[in-house]
Ligand binder design. Structure first.
Ligand code: UDX
Ligand code: ADP
Length: 480
């Protein structure tokens, strides 16, 4: 029986291994993590991450061929295939600070694998890592191997949060990179056989190691670039009276461009896009390609510009001050159907408003008060470390309250900011909300989900990204 062990029970490791266990009943899958609370949660009725469909898959397989444990060494030593899906934060100090990936956790996982292994193993990179990481890992393993053969594969994950289970069930493609030696090819085949249980062969792409590693960074950079492109257009739409939804619909109808990832927003977030582009930029710089590096850097600059522009719109339309005013924040997660707040645009928007002394009342259906307070007081890039190494939760900020209902958040507020596109925000009783707010009452829709005409009819002053401006906002500058 093939035994798989995955180091790192996070957003990638947990769902991916649960689906492998479901689709391959004859394979024994162990997911291990140094975080004991995280493992306990995976073994409980309340899983540590919210992902539609995940509960069902985990419940079906747990205690059959899927287990979660903090006994990392035991399950790694028994496995034939070891996936590594640990944190790869952006470095905050030293060489490459603010750009390069910090491979501390990866390196310690690799050294541990070398230490505890007694039989040959295939080691699979699952976390996004800089190109040529596999080579570094290979060196660590072979220099400490005690005669054991390690084959390194790169098998980047393309799942998106909120649709992870669907993405894993029916992936556009599975990418496996390996050495072009007979042993490397044998290892690729072993991993391909796992995915072949449910993924059609023509969707399993096999490449060399570096192509697989770079493809992941490239795919995320291309996706993020589309969002920055449409967000750049949204600023121009506001200046000219065009409607960004109509523009992206028209542009996306071109089959060469396609309709996906063209929704203007307050900015992209999530654990991958910014980190991967920073990584790409660093790799370009290290390889003497400053023009290429600058090209990709601009995608992040436009994303930051979009968040700043949004805050400026809010402040300038509310008589240039939000000091002491209650602002309701609807949505804090980086997208709907997840409780994940990593790099969410809500952090920058809230920090911007707090900088102008606003009082925030925040509601998100899936994010806890503790998480929000932690996010608003954390330094840039600190989020991407194992929980037990993160700064402890500070005393809560006086200007921020977290409530469990959109109506409580908006009561007596001067303005509402919609920062995540949760479906429930589309069907709120906006008349009731309006009646309970201070006047003039403002809505700033960072996700273009409300019916602007209907809200204006109720009496709201509405700003919606990239849409023709409300008369109220027309002469108010919002450029960063
Ligand atoms: C992304 C990639 O899609 C996935 O393939 C990779 O494995 C990990 O990174 P994820 O970050 O989970 O997945 O979510 P995604 O759906 O890509 O959204 C990222 C951000 O872009 C979110 O903040 C989302 O709201 C924003 N977005 C997305 C837009 O602003 N407009 C769009 O049209 C699409
Ligand atoms: P991702 O989104 O890539 O899955 P997460 O941060 O959600 O990232 O998960 C990474 C997990 O890896 C965390 O739960 C962390 O505790 C775990 N981890 C980090 N280093 C190690 C290690 N050396 N051994 C085992 N688990 C580790």
């Amino acid at each position: 029986m093939v035994k798989i062990c995955c180091i790192g029970a996070g957003y990638v490791g947990g769902p991916t291994m649960a689906v492998i266990a479901l689709k391959c009943p004859e394979i024994q899958v162990a997911v291990v993590d140094i975080s004991v609370p995280r493992i306990s949660a995976w073994n409980s009725d309340t899983l540590p991450i919210y992902e539609p469909g995940l509960d069902e898959v985990v419940k079906k397989c747990r205690e059959k061929n899927l287990l979660f444990s903090s006994d990392v060494e035991k399950y790694v030593s028994e496995a034939d295939i070891v996936f590594v899906s640990v944190n790869t934060p952006t470095k905050t100090q030293g060489l490459g600070a603010g750009k390069a990936a910090d491979l501390t956790y990866w390196e310690s996982a690799a050294r541990m694998i070398a230490d505890v292994s007694k039989s040959n193993k295939i080691v699979v990179e699952k976390s996004t890592v800089p190109v040529k990481t596999a080579e570094a890992i290979e060196k660590i393993l072979t220099h400490n191997s005690k005669g054991i053969n390690f084959q390194i594969l790169s098998n980047p994950e393309f799942l998106a949060e909120g649709t992870a289970i669907q993405d894993l069930f029916e992936p556009d493609r599975v990418l496996i990179g390996g050495r072009e030696t007979p042993e490397g090819q044998k290892a690729i085949k072993a991993l391909r056989d796992v995915y072949a249980h449910w993924v059609p062969m023509d969707r399993i792409i096999c490449t060399n190691l570096w192509s697989a590693e770079l493809s992941k960074l490239a795919a995320n950079a291309f996706l993020a670039q589309r969002i920055s492109s449409v967000n750049a257009m949204s600023a121009l739409c506001e200046a000219t009276g065009a409607d960004v939804s109509q523009v992206s619909h028209a542009v996306g109808k071109d089959t060469r461009i396609g309709p996906k990832f063209l929704n203007a927003s307050v900015g992209f977030g999530g654990s991958c896009f910014q980190k991967d582009i920073l990584n790409l930029v660093y790799i370009c710089e290290c390889n003497g390609l400053p023009e290429v590096a600058n090209y990709w850097k601009q995608v992040i600059k436009v994303n930051d510009y979009q968040k700043t522009r949004f805050v400026n719109r809010i402040v300038s339309s509310m008589f240039n001050t939000v000091s002491g005013k209650k602002i309701a924040i609807l949505g804090f997660a980086f997208k709907k159907d997840t409780g994940d707040t990593r790099e969410t645009p809500a952090i920058d928007v809230c920090k911007g408003l707090l900088g102008d002394k606003a009082m925030l009342s925040i509601y998100d259906p899936q994010v806890s008060e503790e998480q929000i307070q932690r996010d608003l007081s954390m330094n840039k890039f600190d989020w991407d470390h194992p929980v037990h190494l993160q700064p402890t939760s500070p005393s809560s900020m006086k200007q921020v309250s977290v409530v469990w209902d959109a109506y409580a958040a908006t009561k007596d507020a001067h303005g509402i900011c919609i920062l995540t596109e949760w479906d429930e925000f589309k069907t709120l009783d906006y008349q009731k909300i309006y009646d309970n707010m201070q006047k003039p009452a403002f809505v700033f829709d960072g996700r273009n989900i409300v019916d602007v005409a209907k809200l204006r009819e109720i009496g709201f002053i509405v700003y919606s990204i990239g849409k023709p401006l409300d008369e109220w906002l027309k002469d108010m500058p919002a450029v960063a």
